[in-house]
Design a protein around this ligand. Structure first.
Ligand SMILES: [Zn+2]
Length: 344
C-alpha cells in the first residue's frame, strides 16, 4: 500500500525548535497525490504534517520501498552500475576524511555499493540496511557485512567508528536528532558524521517534483546543521552539490557533547518560503534545467547500457569502479563506457 494512505498522525511540534507555528507550503507530492507539507515559522524546517505512524513507516521500508520505486526485490546490474557511479562520487568527497584502515559504517547502505568500494580501498566498512532484499544482495553477492534493520535494531560498539555516513536517509527518519545522537555514540572522539539529503532550496527540479511521500523532512543547510548541533555534535562544514539538488553537512564528535544553545535561525523560514514561492513552474521553464536534465538522463542510460555489457555480475562491476578511484590517472580520458571497455 502506498505510504500516503497511512498519513494520519498530526505533528505536534517542530522536531528542531518545538514551535507549534507552521504554514502550509504544498498540498501534493511529486505524483499528484495528497501530501501536506508545512514550514516551521520559527526555524524553517519543512516537514510532512500529518505523517504515517512509526510502525507503518517501518513496514514500508522493510518490504515496500524498493519495490515501489525500483520494481525489484534485488538490484539489477544497471542499478548496481548507477549506484556504483554515485558511490564513486561520494568516495571522492569522503577521501579527505579517511586514513588507511578507517572504520566506516554506511547507514542505509542500499545495495552495498559504497561499502564494497570502501573495502576495496582498504577500509573497514560495513552497512546497515532496513530493506531485506537489498541487504541480502549485498551480503550474498558482494560478500560484505550488512545488518538488516534501522536505528532501533542497530548493534554497534560505542566509540568504535571513524566515520558514519547517511546518504539520503535523514529525510526519511521520524526523529532525525535522536538518530544523530545515536550515531554520535558510535563515533570515536574526533570521528565524523557525514549526512547528505535533498536540498529543500533546490531549483534544479520542477516545483511539483519537490515533495515525496517517503520524505518526512525537507532540510536546507541551516536546518541540517541545526539537527547535528542539537545532537551535541560540532559542525565542520555544510555545502550543496553542484546542481544545488543536495545538501551535505559534516559533523565532528567533540570530546564532551557540545551543550550550546541552538543557533538562532530567524531568517531561515522566510528565506526558504521565498525560494519555494519564487520557484514556480513558469520560472523553472526559463532556466536551463528542464532542457538539460532529460538529455543528461538519455546520455546516462546510453552510457549505462554500454558499460554494463562488459560485466556479468555486480561484484566485478564494482571492483572495476573501485579501481577507477585507486588509479584515477588511467581513467581520466576514459570516463564512462570507453573506460569500462579499455580495462574491464
Ligand atoms: Zn522549528
Amino acid at each position: 500500500m502506498p505510504l500516503h494512505a497511512f498519513s494520519s498522525t498530526p505533528v505536534e511540534h517542530c522536531e528542531l525548535c518545538h514551535s507549534t507555528h507552521f504554514t502550509v507550503v504544498a498540498s501534493k507530492d511529486r505524483d499528484g497525490q495528497p501530501l501536506r507539507s508545512v514550514i516551521c515559522e520559527n526555524c524553517g524546517l519543512v516537514f510532512s504534517d500529518p505523517r504515517p505512524d512509526s510502525t507503518q513507516i517501518d513496514d514500508f521500508y522493510r518490504e515496500g520501498y524498493r519495490m515501489a520505486y525500483k520494481q525489484a526485490w534485488q538490484p539489477r546490474l544497471k542499478h548496481t552500475y548507477r549506484a556504483g557511479k554515485v558511490a564513486q562520487d561520494r568516495m571522492r568527497h569522503l577521501m579527505a576524511l579517511l586514513v588507511p584502515g578507517s572504520s566506516v559504517l554506511d547507514f542505509g547502505s542500499g545495495g552495498g555499493e559504497l561499502v564494497f568500494i570502501l573495502r576495496e580501498l582498504g577500509h573497514e566498512a560495513r552497512g546497515i540496511e532496513p530493506n531485506i532484499g537489498y541487504a541480502e544482495y549485498s551480503r550474498d553477492v558482494l560478500g560484505i557485512t550488512v545488518q538488516i534493520g534501522g536505528f532501533a535494531e542497530a548493534r554497534v560498539e560505542p566509540r568504535s567508528l571513524d566515520l558514519v555516513t547517511l546518504f539520503h536517509v535523514a529525510e526519511h527518519l521520524e526523529h532525525p536528532v535522536e538518530a544523530f545522537k545515536q550515531a554520535a555514540q558510535w563515533l570515536r572522539v574526533g570521528g565524523k558524521l557525514y549526512i547528505e539529503v535533498p536540498n529543500v532550496e533546490s531549483r534544479c527540479i520542477w516545483p511539483s517534483s519537490r515533495f515525496h511521500q517517503a520524505h518526512l523532512y525537507n532540510f536546507n543547510a541551516a536546518t541540517l546543521a541545526q539537527a547535528g548541533r542539537l545532537a551535541g555534535l560540532g559542525v565542520v562544514t555544510t555545502f550543496t552539490s553542484e546542481d544545488g539538488g543536495n545538501v551535505t553537512a559534516i559533523f565532528e564528535k567533540p570530546e564532551t557533547p557540545i551543550d550550546t544553545a541552538p543557533a538562532p535561525l530567524a531568517d531561515n523560514a522566510d528565506r526558504i518560503a521565498r525560494i519555494l514561492r519564487d520557484h514556480t513552474a513558469f520560472a523553472h521553464a526559463f532556466t536551463a534545467h528542464p532542457y538539460t536534465r532529460p538529455i543528461q538522463k538519455l546520455r546516462r542510460q546510453w552510457d549505462e547500457r554500454q558499460a554494463i555489457a562488459h560485466f556479468s555480475d555486480g561484484k566485478t562491476l564494482l571492483q572495476h569502479l573501485a579501481r577507477e578511484i585507486k588509479h584515477p590517472q588511467r581513467h581520466d580520458h576514459h570516463d564512462g563506457p570507453k573506460g569500462a571497455l579499455a580495462t574491464a
